[in-house]
Design a protein around this ligand. Structure first.
Ligand SMILES: *Cc1c(COP(=O)(O)O)cnc(C)c1O
Length: 414
């Protein structure tokens, strides 16, 4: 058995050939874990293999719950030192993992393509998702490539560009109205529709598709590989924007696995950032209580507006085990971080993707957190999603450029 499947609630175990999305016993969330004894990979060989740019799932096939790798060309995103931005912020060792360069513009291509691969393995004809945009786009693009019908339930206020792109990939898109402030209406409908029509759920969180989380591990694997090849230490910190918590778990698990296997020297502290207008997970971290749904989320970071952090248990374990912390940032801080990324590093991030930088800035200026992040620590800022799918805030700042005639005199600003 390459990986184990176990229910988070009743702890019943399933074989890795079982065709299950959630626990057939009590409907609980399934946790997928590598069985280390079965892994027989030499990391020199592994990292040599990756230098040939094989599809991501093929490259890391020993570590992922897939039998038939599929690909949209995701992964292999750059990891580099952000010198100009670091100088401005007084952080000598600031690094960026630029996930905006995935095929559909966000890190979601990694988990969703694993979830989709599993659905294809299980014989899916229709896949369905509930998403604020990025996961649905990853699924719609992947489903298009593999000839599968894709249905996407999205929030009423989805940015127009995200919805347009979904249609361009050929997905059936429905905006779903909220009726109860404590429930995400897209998820309510996803559950009903999958049960009624036998559609396969490929949502990036919770009880719907437990395999996808594993795809997020590849971000950590790539950094481990980079550090190995360049003979540098793994980062001291990784700062991750958190919506439902799946990405966060992936970061921790990826480093933990490669550390356990001896491919990387340490597991960085994994820190979580949420928006002030929707911070159910930060509340769990601060108050050490079970998660409660956040009423009426309101934030410029649409990808973080999950009112219920589905994967909070695993997310909290990831923070506690790696000694990371969780904090909130305001919309103003997020938009300032987004501006800095474009002006200092030439990265067009969506607000959600810049929340990590906003968190790092907050860490480094707040005295009480200085103990957590020192000025010369190696910090990895994960820029999770590109700006070209979410123009709403850029639109507000837009000023029409001055119209001039083709004479040099016209260039003089008055
Ligand atoms: C989904 C998403 C997140 C949050 O990831 P979770 O796994 O839901 O915590 C962050 N950034 C972007 C761009 C996203 O699309």
């Amino acid at each position: 058995m390459k990986y184990s499947i176990k229910c988070e609630d009743c702890e019943k175990e399933y074989s890795d050939s079982a065709q299950v999305y959630n626990c057939p016993n009590d409907g609980g969330k399934l946790i997928v874990n590598l069985v280390y004894d079965t892994i027989n990979v030499n990391f020199q060989e592994l990292f040599h293999r990756s230098s040939r740019r094989t599809p991501l799932q093929e490259r890391f096939k020993e570590f992922l719950p897939v039998n038939n790798p599929i690909s949209l060309g995701e992964g292999y995103t750059p990891y580099y030192r952000a010198e100009r931005l670091g100088d401005v912020l007084g952080l000598k060792n600031l690094w960026i993992k630029n996930e905006t360069l995935n095929p559909t513009g966000s890190y979601k291509d990694r988990p969703i393509l694993v979830g989709l691969g599993k659905a294809i393995e299980f014989g899916a004809e229709t896949v369905a998702t509930a998403s604020s945009g990025n996961a649905a786009n990853a699924l719609a693009a992947g489903a298009a490539k593999y000839g599968i019908r894709c249905v996407a339930f999205v929030p009423e206020n989805i940015p127009r560009s995200k919805a347009q792109l979904l249609q361009t990939y050929g997905a059936e898109v429905y905006r779903v109205k909220a009726e109860n402030p404590k429930e995400d209406p897209t998820i309510v409908l996803l559950k009903k529709a999958c049960k009624e029509f036998g559609w396969h759920p490929v949502a990036p969180f919770g009880i719907f598709n437990p395999y996808q989380i594993e795809g997020s591990k590849t971000m950590a694997y790539e950094i481990a590989e980079f550090c190995f090849l360049n003979k540098i230490n793994a980062p001291d910190h990784v700062v991750v924007p958190v919506g439902s918590g799946g990405g966060l778990i992936g970061w921790y698990k990826g480093f933990l696995e490669f550390n356990t296997l001896g491919f990387v020297g340490k597991v960085p502290k994994i820190h979580a950032v949420q928006s002030e207008g929707c911070a159910p997970f930060v509340k769990v971290f601060n108050e050490k209580k079970d998660l409660e749904a956040w009423e009426a989320p309101h934030t410029v970071a649409g990808g973080l507006a999950d009112n219920y952090t589905w994967d909070w248990k695993g997310g909290l374990d990831s923070l506690l085990n790696s000694h990371g912390i969780a904090l909130t940032v305001s919309d103003r801080e997020i938009l300032e971080a987004k501006r800095l990324l474009s002006r200092m590093e030439g990265i067009f991030s969506e607000p959600t993707g810049a929340a990590s930088l906003a968190g790092i800035i907050k860490f480094s200026i707040e005295n009480k957190t200085r103990k957590i992040m020192k000025a010369d620590d190696a910090i990895c800022c994960v820029v999770t999603g590109a700006g070209w799918k979410d123009f709403d805030d850029s639109e507000k700042e837009y000023k029409e450029p001055r119209l001039i005639r083709p004479y040099l005199e016209e260039l003089v600003t008055i």
